[in-house]
Each structure stands twice: as structure tokens, then as C-alpha cells.
Ligand binder design. Sequence first.
Ligand SMILES: *[C@@H]1O[C@H](CO)[C@@H](O)[C@H](O)[C@H]1NC(C)=O
Ligand SMILES: *[C@@H]1O[C@H](CO)[C@@H](O)[C@H](O)[C@H]1NC(C)=O
Ligand SMILES: *[C@@H]1O[C@H](CO)[C@@H](O)[C@H](O)[C@H]1NC(C)=O
Length: 352
Amino acid sequence: MKSAPVGYLILAIIIILLLSLSPPSHRNSNHLRVSRRLGHKHAPFDPLIGKLEILMEENGLKDEKVAGNWDMDESVSRELSESEEYFKEDGMLNITERLLNLFPLLDKFPQDGFINLKELEAWNVDRAVERLNYKTMKEMKLRDKDGNGSLSLIECLHPSLTNLERNDMAPDQVGWWKEQFRNADEDGNGLLNLSELNDFLNPKDSANEEIHELFLREKIRLMDYDKDGKLNFVEFREQAYKIYKTHAEYDYNGYDIPKPEEKFADLDLNFDRLLTVQEMLPMMHQLYPGEITYAIYYAKYLIREADDDKDGKLTIDEILNHEEVFYSKVFESEFDDNNDNDDDDDFFHEEF
Ligand SMILES: *[C@@H]1O[C@H](CO)[C@@H](O)[C@H](O)[C@H]1NC(C)=O
Ligand SMILES: *[C@@H]1O[C@H](CO)[C@@H](O)[C@H](O)[C@H]1NC(C)=O
Ligand SMILES: *[C@@H]1O[C@H](CO)[C@@H](O)[C@H](O)[C@H]1NC(C)=O
């Protein structure tokens, strides 16, 4: 524990929680479904809040009483100390000041006094990647006993192997994890380095197509009524297209969404009227959205909420007029979580 402003931190955290309870406004019900998922996933707009969230996660919200004993990563602690200036005397985060200081960091491509969608997307994606990397680094530290920066299969699976024995799960699961490991292990040396471990832990956000294929095969298996390992048009329309449409409604703002026939024809590269795992690769991020996908949706959301003059980009005034939008956990509180969407996520995290 360094000289971090712990008193401020606690207050800031309480304020974040209060903010997260304020009801968001919705302009377009098309977005609700994706929005609901977004609320649980996206990294915060402000990296400082990201740091605070990590702290909260690592220490547990209930530990306010033992604040002095917070276990803080040194880099996190340093950064928070440096952010002390943003906290007002009563410990509240001065959001206005934060936004004024963040604005020039986003307004870069081009630097023109506006934040456009691309700039905001790039920023949010950086925040998501930052968070993923932080978590991966932590896992590496935890598992890499000899500190040589690479993990064997046993080291990667260790907690879940204990789990396996205890829960008497199907031996199949081990096979699945082994395959996931093999796919993540790009150079095939039987060990995962940091970037390979990142893919292993965050398959949906990885760019590794073999990992995607393993996931898509699983998904297709569930949608494939005639069990031929491929999707015909009816199988595609019944499930995969519905998921696609939910996302497309968000992406296209509800207009001009490709029809099932059109989307199917787009994907069916060899015109055999069947979609293979490889042909489904372009839909990976809709079927398995990861933090990066949500970061991009979040950028669209922020523009929609704050763009008062509807020119598709944000001025600092528009942002300051909608401060709370940038600092609330936008969707979380309005909808409950009895939703079918988190199935694969839970699968992944619980196993691990
Ligand atoms: C927050 O920061 C802004 C901009 O620096 C400043 O004008 C304002 O007085 C600050 N608010 C408080 C309550 O300190
Ligand atoms: C790193 O350590 C693991 C065991 O923890 C070992 O299997 C592996 O060979 C080591 N890797 C390198 C590159 O030395
Ligand atoms: C990990 O190994 C892969 C495959 O050999 C390589 O492309 C990548 O740059 C390595 N990453 C790190 C962080 O060393």
C-alpha cells in the first residue's frame, strides 16, 4: 500500500456506484437487447474509473472498512495517486475536469475539435484491450510459478482440473481445453507466452481463427438440427440470423439490415447452400461478442446519447452536457439479468 488517496478512493467508488444506479434514458428500443449485454461488459470510458473498478474487483466491495489494507498493484496505486488532483475536496471525482483533460487525448484523427465515431471507437477499444491485458498479466503472474513467462497446459488448467475431479465432469471437457490450448499455442512449443495466454483466456477477443473455429463448431452443433455439421438456410434463419439481427439493429441503427437470404448468400462462399464453420467466421463477433465488440457498441451508444446536433460527432460542449452518460454503467440497472445471453461466458469463466 503506497500513498494512494484511499479516502478519496472510497468516496469515488461510492460515487461511481451512485452513478451506476441512475436510470439511463433510451431513445430506441431496438437497442435494448444489445444494450443490456453491453452494460455488463464494456470497459469504462475513463481509464481512471477502469483502474478503480479493477481495485474494487480485486478487493471486494465489502472491504470498505479495511480500506487501509487494500492490496494494490503498484502501477495502479501510482496512477491513482497521480490522479488525486481530479478529486474535489469532498472526495468526489470532478468529472468536468476529467472530460476536459481526456478530450484532447481522443481528438487525434484528425485533431479538429470534434470527436468522431472512429476516434471514440479507437479509444474504447484501447480501454478494453488495456483491461484484457491487465487480467491476463495477472493470471500469468498467478500461475507462472518459476516466473519464466510461459505456461504449460498443466499450469493453465490447474484450477479447473481440481474442479474437474471434484465435480466429476465429463472427460470431454478436458479434451476441449486441450484443444483450446493447442489452438492458442501458435508456435506449437507446448507453452503459452503472454499473448498466447491472452488468446487462451479471451478467445472472443482474440484474432486467432483456429480458436474461433473451435467456438463456432460448438455453436453450429447447437443449431444444426440435421447433424451434418453445417447450417442450411432454415437452420441459419432460425437461430444464427436472429442473433445477427440483434447486433445489426444496433450497428445499422435499425435500417437496411440484410435479410436472411442476403446474409446467407454473403456467407455461402462456395454456393452450396450450406454454411461450414469456416464460412461462419465473419459472424464470430456477433455469435460470441467479446469486450472489443462491446467497446465498439459503447462508442456508438455514447455518440447517440450526446450528439445534440446530430452531426455524428461530439464537441466538448456536447460531452459536458451529457457528463453522466460517460460515467454511468449505462444499462446495467434498468434491466435485470435473467437473460439467455451469457451462457457461453459463464461456461468459460466458471470452468476456469
Ligand atoms: C471541476 O473542474 C472544473 C474545470 O476545471 C472547474 O471549473 C470546477 O470549478 C471544478 N468543480 C469543483 C466543484 O471543484
Ligand atoms: C518455463 O517453465 C515451465 C514450467 O513451469 C517449463 O515447462 C518451460 O520449459 C519453461 N519455459 C522456458 C521457455 O524456459
Ligand atoms: C508469443 O509467441 C507468439 C508465437 O510464437 C509470437 O507471435 C508472439 O509475439 C509472442 N508474444 C510475446 C508477448 O512474446
